[in-house]
Design a protein around this ligand. Structure first.
Ligand code: NAD
Length: 281
């Protein structure tokens, strides 16, 4: 079984991006800039944002974090986004989710100009992705996609099962696999026989949020299994895949932690650079 090392893949990607930033600096005499808006003092969000800033600096991007207390008015955030939309030195804007209840998440997402939407959440980017056009792609599914391609560069005709239909993970993952000519089944909480669906798959991507849902006897030999789940349990952090069981059957499997997680941030940097490059055309 191939243990898919997300930490190593993310380090390699960051190295490539660092070189690209150096080249862009030579060509344009400026570097891509990422601005993150962090609202409130939720510890996980603070940790994510700190890691994003550290990684951005590591590859040579200009990075900035704008912090607001969780009492900030929605209008203040929207005005700041407008200002960043019009600031040429900002290539990518990310508003760290979740937001306080009084702020409308959709309004915030839609305020970010699609060309700077590094999370790929704006309806314009969602539509472009599903139409097969150039777009920002949400970072986690993009990371999964790059890991799958490392194991199997030619995905044409493969059967893929995506478990979970969230806008964040399942749906964009489905679009990326379709683009690669996979035959994709998207499953969810109302799917009748998830085990039978998974047993058909050459590729399984599990993004559910249920600890160890995908069992060993749901996976046929030679399947590539990508585990997006991050679940806190009594025995520590586990994924949506039963690692011990599935590792006996699968061709390749991502561990949790150390699989998809590290790729998510590296893909955010990649998206920022892509936004910068598109803005220079
Ligand atoms: P979500 O709660 O938005 O969506 C979960 C999906 O799973 C839903 O579409 C639902 O229909 C489906 N589902 C629920 N029960 C099911 C069942 N019994 N069988 C089949 N499908 C079922 O979740 P999300 O935001 O996509 O996150 C999923 C997991 O991924 C979570 O554990 C989250 O923490 C993790 N996550 C990891 C990263 C990362 O960087 N590795 C990033 C984002 C989310």
């Amino acid at each position: 079984m191939i243990l898919i090392d997300g930490k190593k893949a993310a380090a390699e990607l960051r190295e490539e991006l660092k070189k690209e930033v150096t080249d862009l600096k030579t060509k344009y005499n400026k570097v891509p800039g990422l601005t993150v808006i962090l609202i409130g003092d939720m510890t996980p969000s603070q940790i994510y944002v700190r890691n994003k800033e550290k990684s951005a600096n590591e590859v040579g991007l200009k990075s900035e974090v704008i912090k607001y207390p969780d009492t900030v008015q929605e209008e203040t955030v929207l005005e700041k986004i407008e200002e960043l939309n019009n600031n040429d030195s900002v290539s990518g804007i990310l508003v760290q989710l979740p937001l306080p209840k009084h702020i409308d998440k959709q309004k915030v997402i839609e305020k970010i100009v699609p060309s700077k939407d590094v999370d790929g959440f704006h309806p314009m980017n969602v539509g472009n992705l599903s139409s097969g056009y150039e777009s920002s792609v949400p970072c986690t599914p993009l990371g999964c996609y790059l890991l799958i391609k490392k194991i199997e560069p030619n995905l044409s005709g493969k059967k893929a099962v995506v478990v979970g239909r969230s806008n964040l993970n399942g749906k964009p993952m489905t679009q990326l696999l379709l683009k690669e000519n996979c035959t994709v089944t998207i499953t969810h909480s109302k799917t009748k026989d998830l085990k039978a669906e998974c047993l058909e798959a050459d590729i399984i991507v599990a993004a559910v949020g249920i600890p160890e849902l995908v069992k060993g006897d749901w996976v046929k030999k030679d399947t590539i299994v990508i585990d997006v789940g991050i679940n806190k349990t009594d025995k520590g952090i586990v994924g949506d895949v039963d690692f011990d069981e599935v590792s006996k059957n699968a061709k390749a499997l991502t561990p949790v932690p150390g699989g998809v997680g590290p790729m998510t941030i590296a893909c955010l940097l990649k998206n920022t650079i892509e936004c910068f490059k598109r803005s220079q055309i």
